[in-house]
Write a protein that binds this ligand. Structure first.
Ligand code: ATP
Ligand code: MG
Length: 369
């Protein structure tokens, strides 16, 4: 794999991105991107990642993980960041960090991320990446940071007594995560769209201010899946840290128990109507994704059999779909040394790329001494 910063894919055309924060514009754009990827996977470089705050769940899987593996297998170059600094955005201490980091690597291996083809690395181990934060912060206004709807939602769910500076600034940090390797494609869930827009703004402003004529950074695109916002058992966004998730690592019984307790509504007839019946529709979508069918087909099978029948269908679909992933996960779990080796190698590759990009940035800013 070529990991040099020079081997950068051109920025994908972005004229379709008229309504940057809107879901429907992002979905239309994703459809265009899918065609471009199929035609020329070598023109894309992906940055994607997760916070080590717990085990990965079905929201991750159908929101982004499935896309990551698909892209990797199509031949797209991929960097997967374990965003350990970002754990501190909404809590004072990063509890059980080492364990969470290893569990993420396990989840990646289980779903099919191949460390020989994709670079898995940790945020804190790549100092040059983190140095990009300072010039990037100088390119955003306080108003840019304050208006971010995802940050507002996360503040509402934060475990901190006061909102830290890191909470407001982490979307700029995320721009550094994406741009350090000049990624032009980011497979994400809906919550990340405002962050992606800020990254595009930072890339444009950096290029305008410091490198007129020859762009240092591409303007990356978000790639949404068919499930950009899977709901958790409480009806809110399924999240690692909100106690509402069905994890990839859960066993079949725990999965059944969690789905049994999921919020639905009182209507007995089951129908797919995301706008007015979000919880029932999210469950239908989940079963549909597992069985490669449409949510409407699943709904018509269930008809008026009610929420209990829906939950039974979803449980069976999820457990069947996840069985091989869970089996692979248990196998890898026995070899912690291998997990560490993956991170060591990934950090080495990421550092080489980050050093090169930082050197370009310093040259563009006239700060090479
Ligand atoms: P936390 O609660 O600790 O923030 P999280 O569950 O929100 O954890 P992240 O690590 O913040 O997970 O997100 C990782 C990636 O997974 C992002 O691209 C995000 O958009 C996607 N994602 C997370 N939750 C969902 C969901 N419920 N549906 C679709 N995509 C999701
Ligand atoms: Mg999150």
């Amino acid at each position: 794999m070529n990991t040099t910063a020079q081997a950068v894919a051109p920025t994908a055309p972005s004229s379709a991105f008229a309504d940057p924060l809107g879901m429907s514009a992002a979905q239309d754009r994703s459809a265009v991107l899918e065609e471009l990827i199929l035609k020329n996977p070598g023109h894309f470089r992906v940055l994607t990642g997760d916070r080590p705050t717990g085990r990965l769940h079905l929201g991750h899987y159908f929101g982004t993980l499935h896309n990551r593996v698909r892209l990797q297998n199509l031949g797209v170059e991929m960097y997967v960041i374990i965003a350990d600094y970002q754990v501190l955005t909404d809590r004072d201490i990063a509890d059980n960090l080492t364990e969470h980091v290893e569990e993420l690597v396990l989840d990646y291996l289980a779903i099919g991320v191949n460390p020989a083809r994709s670079t898995i690395f940790t945020h804190s181990a790549v100092p040059a990446l983190n140095q990009l934060l300072l010039p990037f912060l100088s390119l955003v206004s306080v108003a840019d940071l304050e208006r971010n709807p995802t940050v507002k939602d996360e503040i509402a769910h934060s475990r901190q007594s006061t909102v830290s500076g890191l909470m407001f600034t982490y979307p700029a940090h995320q721009a550094a995560d994406i741009l350090f390797c000049k990624a032009n494609l980011v497979p994400v869930g809906k919550d990340q769209l405002p962050h992606l827009e800020l990254t595009r703004t930072i890339a444009r402003r950096f290029n305008d201010r410091y490198s007129a004529g020859s762009a240092v950074f591409p303007r990356p695109d978000a790639l949404l899946s068919n499930a950009p916002l899977l709901l958790g058992t409480d009806g809110g966004k399924m999240s690692k840290s909100r106690g509402n998730a069905i994890t990839l690592a859960a066993d079949a019984d725990e999965t059944a128990r969690l789905i049994k307790g999921a919020k639905t509504d009182s209507e007995r007839h089951i129908a797919y109507d995301p706008a007015s019946r979000p919880e029932v529709s999210s469950l239908l979508l989940l079963a549909a994704l597992c069985q490669n069918r449409t949510p409407e087909q699943i709904a018509s099978d269930i008809g008026s059999a009610g929420a209990a029948a829906l939950k039974k269908t979803v449980t069976e679909a999820v457990n069947e779909y996840l069985a091989p992933i869970r089996a692979r996960r248990s196998e890898y779990a026995n070899d912690r040394t291998y997990l560490r080796e993956i991170l060591r190698e990934g950090n080495e590759r990421a550092n080489a790329v980050a050093d090169k990009t930082l050197a370009e940035v310093r040259a563009a800013m006239n700060s090479r001494y």
